[in-house]
Design a protein around this ligand. Structure first.
Ligand SMILES: Cc1cc2nc3c(=O)[nH]c(=O)nc-3n(C[C@H](O)[C@H](O)[C@H](O)COP(=O)(O)OP(=O)(O)OC[C@H]3O[C@@H](n4cnc5c(N)ncnc54)[C@H](O)[C@@H]3O)c2cc1C
Length: 406
């Protein structure tokens, strides 16, 4: 068993751990700082983020974008390590950033690999060792020093950072409980569930819609109550609804037992306006098949699926629709309901809801209240953000904050 003595060990080489190491080493150039990463290389999740373009922060980040038991910590970060500070730091490392029309910030090159490269170059310049294929099993304290047990090493460190991420192991080779290390020092892990992922639905028509995209509004209906709505591009899958607007509802759905998604394909129209529109289209299409009723308005398969979900015989002509059938079609277009299946599958989730209980972390230093000189940063903490750069903003800013404590 190899033995190593270091000043600080950062467990986890993701966005938060890498940022923490860069900031800490600049402050402590003569002290040995190592990153312990269980996978065969660091930063894999950064590479796949934002469709490999890496939406690294969002200029509009505010506390409303976060769901957490650590509100004080979020507010501290937004005040002291806002998006401008993250961008400024990346600029210093040579990364040129550019925001899009929605204030989402990306590297100018639109390459996630550029974000990882500037961080790793800085670590190389400052002699921070990345020890990959090194899984930490637990940590324990003895006479003010920490013993870190890994698969093939024992490391002694004065300061420890837990940056082990969430339960979602997207793009990673090694899978296992990322909360083991936090548990080993007595932290409570708040209930975990997948977030920012497609939502599975039970529906007879969904298969026929696979691959179709439509603009609209989606609303999560939990136990019959509308809890959250989003606008944007809805992507239909063989058994699910997807797209950023749907991702943003997935946390509500997956944390509840009974959920429905309402799709509004014409969110700017009232029910009466939709009825009138259908009547006008019947006057236009006359003897045509009812399947042509929506030609020029919706994708053909969406039109047919709406008719089927409204229990209309699709072999009819448009002008033979009864008043009650017109009402049923209008109701479906107005609020098309899909029964959602809450999921515990993390394989397609971008983030994990839940994690180390925020009440057990000092909000001004991110030091664990369970163990002195142990700090936490990134998704291992019970913080999950909306889609749009908010999760990396949290990972990078909490990494910076902890780096400055070392
Ligand atoms: C497909 C995808 C796209 C995304 N796109 C975006 C986006 O565009 N914008 C955005 O803001 N967010 C995005 N996210 C979310 C964002 O990537 C994460 O929130 C962020 O990377 C979390 O960083 P982290 O350092 O906390 O955790 P991670 O990046 O998960 O890093 C944790 C590291 O710790 C290691 N580890 C775990 N346990 C141990 C152990 N016991 N010993 C040693 N090492 C260990 C893991 O292997 C991992 O490398 C995306 C996520 C995914 C999956």
């Amino acid at each position: 068993m190899e033995k190593l003595n270091v000043y600080a060990a950062i467990i986890g080489g993701g966005a938060s751990g890498l940022m923490c190491a860069c900031v800490a080493k600049r402050r402590n150039p003569d002290k040995k700082i190592v990153i312990l990463e269980r996978d065969n290389r660091v930063g894999k999740k950064i590479l796949v983020s934002g469709n490999s373009r890496c939406n690294l922060t969002n200029l509009d980040a505010c506390s409303d974008n976060y769901h957490t038991s650590f509100n004080d910590g979020i507010n501290f970060l937004l005040k002291n390590y806002p998006p401008s500070k993250v961008i400024e730091y990346f600029n210093k490392l040579g990364l040129v950033c550019k925001e899009d029309a929605d204030n989402r910030v990306y590297p100018l090159s639109r390459q996630a690999s550029a974000v990882l490269s500037v961080l790793r170059n800085e670590l190389k310049r400052r002699n921070v060792d990345e020890l990959c294929d090194t899984e930490v099993q637990n940590i324990s304290q003895n006479n003010g020093l920490y013993t870190i047990r890994c698969s093939d090493k024992i490391i002694t460190a004065k300061k420890v950072v837990i940056a082990t991420g969430g339960k979602n192991n997207y793009a990673q080779k090694v899978i296992g409980d990322t909360f083991l290390v936090s548990k080993s020092i007595g932290h409570k892990i708040n209930t975990l569930s997948p977030s920012l992922c497609p939502i599975k639905v039970t529906s007879k028509v969904i298969k026929s819609l696979k691959g179709i995209r439509a603009q609209g509004k989606v609303t999560a209906l939990i136990n019959g109550k509308k809890v959250k709505s989003e606008y944007g591009e809805i992507q239909f899958g063989a058994d699910c609804l997807s797209g950023i607007c749907v991702f943003n509802l997935s946390r509500e759905v997956n944390r509840n037992k009974k959920a429905q998604i309402i799709v509004e394909l014409l969110p700017d129209y009232s029910l009466e306006e939709i009825k009138a529109m259908i009547k006008n289209r019947i006057a236009l299409t006359e003897n045509d098949s009812v399947q042509e009723l929506f030609t020029g308005l919706f994708h053909k398969n969406i039109g047919i699926a709406i008719l089927k979900d409204s229990k209309v015989d699709t072999s009819k002509t448009a002008n033979s629709l009864s008043d009650s059938e017109i009402c049923a079609i209008a109701n479906t277009i107005f609020e098309w309901k899909f029964d959602a299946i809450p999921s515990n599958d993390f394989s397609s989730a971008q983030v994990t809801c839940g994690g180390v209980n925020g009440n057990e972390i000092d909000p001004n230093t991110f030091e664990s209240k369970k163990a002195k000189n142990v700090y936490l940063c990134g998704e291992v903490i019970d913080v999950d953000g909306d889609c749009g750069g908010f999760n990396l903003q949290f990972a990078f800013s909490s990494g910076m904050c902890v780096g400055e404590q070392l």
